[in-house]
Structure formats: structure tokens, C-alpha cells
Design a protein. Structure first.
Lengths: 144, 144
DNA sequence: GTAATAGAGGATAAAAATGTCCTTTATTAA
DNA sequence: TTAATAAAGGACATTTTTATCCTCTATTAC
């Protein structure tokens, strides 16, 4: 559904959000461990998210990544769009560039319905809202 | 959503289905043109689908690919499973191997709902059912 | 049987995604 | 001001996906 890059991005964002609510910044090593992702790879992804304004960062000792109010309100859909583009939300299920209402592919209508479902679910899910469950260990971010 | 391989596979199957209903076999070149896919690549994919019993083939002059009754009834879900595996239908949205009801990822519940939607839609869509619209040019299989 | 045709299958190539390393720059504590 | 720390960024390596080529085998028409 999502690229691996995007999966890591979402997991990292949720983790950083939790730490940010607790008022602290997190370093890449801690993030990599917490979400069980390759350290250098997650570093690249966060660099990208940082440039795009989804996450804040500070260099040097006591530095690290954090989110302030605005990014906490961003939705999973925003992150997916930033990383994977909007192909998932607007693209044709069969990969046809010219698929449209006027010139639909065979699965166009039925596919559009689930595509919209996916979009709505991801749009409704805000990064900031996952912290409570994580905190109580009702949900998890690790691979294994 | 699907791999490119899988998109080509579905498009090819729908095209072959249409031709089969009309009683004829189709060669790889014709298929490649009709669905605007790389000829040698689609050949590989059909080889695979053929081994797995999703499509029939015959070598030599007047040979080609065709579907008989049973494959015409197969669903898009069957094809997706055969090509991409069932990750899309059963995997975690955040790529976590150990995500489960007992140990859910943050987006587990909401993701499961759309995953099920996708599965139901693909399970309901039978390869044989797309021919009429294709025939009447109400739907299309070409990229451009 | 022979020649032509068309899929099967092995091998290889190119491109994209994923993952790693190393140097530079900004920040902090002492 | 200096040393230590941590992200930024460029370069490179590996793996997976996508795409191509070539030879072999089965089938048909003659």
C-alpha cells in the first residue's frame, strides 16, 4: 500500500509526536531503535520531512527532532502525499495514465470507492492523536 | 496499490477474457499492443500466470493465449494474490510483522476496515464480467 | 517430414527503491 | 574558544522491480 520509506516516516512521526508531547527532543538513534528501522535510512527520511516542514530539528548536544503544534495536527494523508505522492489517492487501479470518468478503466468505479475510503481514513487520522495509546502500550511501533 | 507486474497481469487477463469469449486466441504481440505494455515483460507475466493455471496457451501457428470457463470466473483478488501475494489483504499498514489484534499498530483498526473493503471489491470483480463494457468502448485498457 | 510460427524458459540489463558511509555544519556545555 | 554532539547532505552500495534478448520446444500448414 505504502512504500517502505513511507511506513518508516509514519512510524517515526508518531514516535516523535509522542516524545514532543512529553516536551523532549529525540535523536535519530533513539528513533531508529524505537521503531526498529535502519538508522541511516530513517535519517534520510527525516531530513526530507524536515525540509518539507513536517518535523522540526535542532543540531548539536541536546538537539534532535520534535514537532510543534502545527505538525501535530497534520494527517497521515499529508505524510503519504509528501513521501509517496498522490498516486494512491488519485491514480488508476490498473496504472492507466488516461483513466478518467470520461474514459474509465474496467475497475474504475469500484476502485474509486475504496480509494476514497483510504483517503478519508488517512485524512481523519492526525499524527498527534496516537500518543495516548502508545503511552499505555495499547499500540506498538516496532517490527518485531 | 498493486505492483506494475500485477497491473499488467490484470489488464492482460481482461483483454484475453474478451477475446476468448469471442472464441479466439491472442498472441503476445497483440496483447502487448492492446494493453500498451512491454511485449517481453508481458510474456514473462503470462508465462507465470499460465503455470499457475490462470490462463491457457497453445504454441505454434494459430496459437496464443485464451481462457476457458474456470479462469473466466476467477476474481481480481485471485490474480493479485498470485502476483503480489496477500500482503495487501492481510499485512500491517505500517509494515510491522508482528502487528495483530493483540499487539496492534496505531492505525490497525481503521486500516483493517479499508483493507477488507479492498478485498471484498476485488473478490467480487470477476475477470469475465468486464468484456461487455470493453466491447462497447465504455471502458479502456490502454495507458495513453 | 519440413518450414514457419508462437509460447517457454534461461540469462542478462536497466532502473528504482532501499540501505550505508563519510564529511560538513550548526549548536551546546564547559 | 574549544571539544563534543547531533543533524545535513553528498556519495556510494545493495536489493528488488521492471524490462529485454536469445535459444529451445511444441504446434500447425503444406
Amino acid at each position: 500500500m505504502f512504500s517502505k520509506t513511507c511506513e518508516y516516516a509514519i512510524r517515526a512521526m508518531i514516535f516523535i509526536a509522542q516524545k514532543s508531547k512529553a516536551g523532549s527532543r529525540v535523536g535519530i538513534k533513539e528513533i531508529a531503535k524505537a521503531i526498529d528501522a535502519p538508522e541511516y535510512f530513517i535519517a534520510k527520511i527525516l531530513q526530507d520531512l524536515s525540509r518539507k516542514g513536517f518535523v522540526q530539528s535542532l543540531k548539536g548536544p541536546t538537539g534532535g527532532f520534535y514537532l510543534d503544534e502545527e505538525p501535530l495536527q497534520c494527517s497521515l494523508a499529508d505524510i503519504v502525499k509528501a513521501i509517496d505522492g498522490d498516486r494512491l489517492f488519485t491514480g488508476c487501479g490498473l496504472g492507466l495514465k488516461n483513466c478518467s470518468e470520461a474514459r474509465p478503466c474496467p475497475i474504475h468505479d469500484v476502485f474509486k470507492a475504496v480509494r476514497d475510503d483510504i483517503y478519508n481514513m488517512l485524512e481523519d487520522a492526525r499524527i498527534g492523536e496516537f500518543s495516548k495509546h502508545l503511552e499505555k502500550s495499547l499500540t506498538f511501533l516496532k517490527r518485531k
